[in-house]
Design a protein around this ligand. Structure first.
Ligand SMILES: NC(=O)c1ccc[n+]([C@@H]2O[C@H](COP(=O)([O-])OP(=O)(O)OC[C@H]3O[C@@H](n4cnc5c(N)ncnc54)[C@H](O)[C@@H]3O)[C@@H](O)[C@H]2O)c1
Length: 438
């Protein structure tokens, strides 16, 4: 492909050198004359292992040239990659002014261009920026229409400084967020030599994926450091702890527990988190990330309360009371807290949970139900049919298989469904359906 790359910084220079090495014709654009002079002379403008060698080859082969003239570069190429910086402003917001300048410049160049053009934004930006800011700037400057005269997509970068060449060819994935699926397929030839799954999605999802990845990486580091600090205070080898911790690819380093949904609860997580926090307090360890977990969890319960109240309806049926299906354990169930909060707001509540109903008759939890939550026990009904009668709002608390089936049977506009467990997927959603965080 013939491509122009705006911004010859860490991302742009590496991308330019790698694409040139892969046989593409690359024009690099930057406003910094010293960077351009270095690249012209076959030198790397940044310190990055292996990049100088790649740039010398690319320049000598004629596959990489540089210029300050963005307009000609757009005219001579099929696609433009935007790799300019998006630094923080003093107030923490992301400064997208350089991306906007470049979008205006590309737009002006498109005005005169007769052939189709693809704008691939690689700079990290918040969701919505491409469609709400970049596309209007391209429209305004070009007088042309996106999806007809030119195309736009978002293709986040996952390289890390210091290992960027290796990362460029072995990223976790290549993600292209496109307004139309066929646009993503026009990006694919660029990544033929890249060893990674090629994933396509919407523009906003791709923008959010990049933000989510960086936030998670930061969270992982802060979490590991806090565990390390606590280990050191207890004279425990933190690296041995984390080495064994990371070897668990079922519960720890895995998709488990990474699905947006309702609050956690049960007999272990809240209790053991509190115990660790207490221990940290005794040892004068701050642990701000770990200490934020329980307040965050409590807010998720409040969010569910607000969602029910926002319906303005008063007769509520809860599907599930135990913290997950297949158990009658009600200790620290967030659904118990939710039920109590709703009762406290004066709502009429009915609860169905077959495991808990059974536990009312037999088992170790009979005592707990009778002594700790008799007020909720009295609200339990013995069938889903009974739960649905005269109910205005159904709250789905866990993923018991019978719930999905019953909702499908009763699916109608009869009640509002508030799904805390993602029991219903997009295709089968009834009219008045609300997922807690989707
Ligand atoms: N550095 C990384 O490791 C990394 C990794 C992934 C994503 N990103 C994201 O990629 C983007 C670029 O990051 P970077 O570290 O390469 O930035 P950088 O600051 O190293 O490079 C930006 C380049 O753009 C040039 N520039 C400024 N205005 C210009 C204009 N109008 N026209 C052309 N060039 C112009 C600058 O002179 C500079 O060379 C950012 O959004 C960043 O968040 C960075």
């Amino acid at each position: 492909m013939r491509i122009s790359i705006f911004g010859m910084g860490y991302v742009g220079a590496v991308t330019a050198a790698c694409f040139a090495q892969d046989g593409h014709q690359v024009v690099g654009i930057d406003i910094d004359p010293s960077k351009l002079a270095m690249l012209k002379a076959g030198q790397s403008p940044i310190i990055e292992d292996g990049l100088s060698e790649l740039i010398v080859q690319a320049v000598q082969s004629g596959r990489l040239r540089v210029t300050q003239d963005g307009t000609t570069a757009v005219h001579e190429t099929e696609a433009s990659l935007v790799c300019v910086g998006t630094p923080s402003r003093r107030n923490g917001s992301l400064d997208t002014s350089v991306v906007c300048q470049v979008a205006t410049q590309i737009g002006s160049a498109l005005k005169e261009k007769k052939t189709p053009h693809l704008v691939i934004v690689r700079s990290t930006m918040l969701p919505g920026t491409v469609n709400n800011t970049i596309v209007p700037l391209l429209h305004g400057a070009s007088g042309k229409h996106v999806d007809a005269d030119f195309d736009v997509c978002f293709n986040p970068e996952f390289l890390r400084e210091g290992t960027s060449l290796k990362d460029f060819y072995n990223p976790p994935f290549t993600v292209v967020g496109a307004r139309q699926p066929q646009v993503a397929s026009r990006v694919q030839p660029l990544y033929q030599r890249v060893q990674a799954p090629f994933l396509t999605t919407t523009v906003e999802t791709a923008e959010m994926i990049k933000c989510t990845c960086n936030t998670f990486h930061a969270l992982k580091i802060a979490f590991a450091n806090e565990i390390g600090n606590l280990c050191k205070a207890m004279n425990i080898d933190s690296h041995e702890v984390m080495r064994i911790f990371c070897s668990d690819s079922k519960l720890n380093i895995s998709p488990t527990y990474l699905k947006p949904g309702f609050a956690f609860g049960g007999s272990c997580l809240p209790k053991d988190l509190r115990a660790l926090e207490y221990q940290a307090t005794m040892l004068a360890q701050a642990l701000p990330v770990i200490r934020a977990i329980l307040p965050s969890n409590a807010l998720q319960i409040e969010r569910a309360v607000e969602m029910v109240l926002d319906t303005g309806k008063r007769r509520v049926g809860m599907m599930g009371l135990s913290f997950k299906p297949g158990t009658d354990d009600l200790r620290e169930s967030p659904l118990v807290v939710l039920a109590e909060r709703l009762l406290g707001k004066g709502l009429e509540l009915k609860i169905y949970d077959s495991n808990v109903s059974l536990a009312k008759l037999i088992g170790a939890n009979k005592r707990y139900i009778e002594h700790e939550i008799p007020h909720l026990s009295r609200l339990m009904v013995s069938s889903l049919e009974e739960l649905f009668q005269r109910t205005e709002v159904i709250v789905v608390g866990n993923r018991a298989p019978e719930f999905a089936e019953a909702l499908q049977r009763y699916t109608s506009d009869q009640f509002t469904v508030i799904d805390l467990a993602r029991i219903i997927h997009n295709s089968a959603q009834p009219a008045n359906y609300h997922g807690i965080c989707w």
